[in-house]
Design a protein around this ligand. Structure first.
Ligand code: HEC
Length: 169
């Protein structure tokens, strides 16, 4: 059992921490380059990255609780609510024109749009898993929560493997 928990925590760290810092360095005050006007697609990409950070924070919050001797079930529920709500919104974060052509830093691959059906399936898979995770979080059974976290993390990673640039982690 302890090994399984360790694997869960490692998975959360891998997925939740994957994008840490990616958005942070995009533009600094010291940057001497005059800012070009950011397109609507570019703004959508920046907003999307913030949404993912928020989602990852919910995921990490659950992982942090699961590491504790007595996990705080209310904190787990709050994290699960956040992950599920953001998962439902996720498809709307990818308007056309917010991909690599948008002129801003983005790790979204062109395949998000050229393989829209596959991307929709990957988003649906996440929504299915986060809905289940939210249910087990409400019920409060820690083993079921751990299983739900693993399934959710696999849904995150499954989409990243196909639709996110690996070198921009
Ligand atoms: C349906 C596809 C898909 C799913 C599911 C998905 N992601 Fe992502 N994620 C992406 C794409 C595409 C990007 C790149 C966004 C960009 O750079 O514009 C990304 C980027 C991120 C980032 C980096 C954000 C930044 O600051 O640049 C984090 C963190 C992240 N995802 C966490 C998660 C977590 C946690 C989950 C699961 C709870 C998840 N993602 C599920 C597609 C997905």
């Amino acid at each position: 059992m302890a090994r399984m928990w360790g694997a869960t925590v490692a998975l959360i760290a891998a997925v939740a921490g994957a994008g840490a810092g990616v958005g942070a360095g995009a533009a600094t005050a010291a940057d001497p380059t005059p800012a070009a006007p950011v397109s609507a697609g570019g703004k959508a990409a920046v907003a999307r990255q913030a949404h993912f950070e928020d989602q990852a924070a919910g995921f990490k919050a659950i992982g942090d609780e699961l590491k504790k001797e007595t996990p705080d079930k209310a904190a787990i529920q709050a994290g699960a609510d956040k992950i599920n709500a953001t998962a439902q919104d996720l498809p709307s974060w990818f308007p056309r024109g917010s991909g690599p052509e948008a002129g801003v830093k983005t790790a979204a691959k062109a395949e998000v749009w050229t393989d829209a059906a596959g991307f929709a399936d990957a988003a649906q898979r996440l929504q299915d898993e986060t809905a289940k995770l939210q249910q087990v979080a409400m019920a409060g059974d820690l083993d079921a929560i751990r299983a739900g976290v693993r399934a959710t993390g696999a849904a995150c990673a499954g989409c990243h493997a196909k639709y996110r640039e690996p070198d921009k982690h």
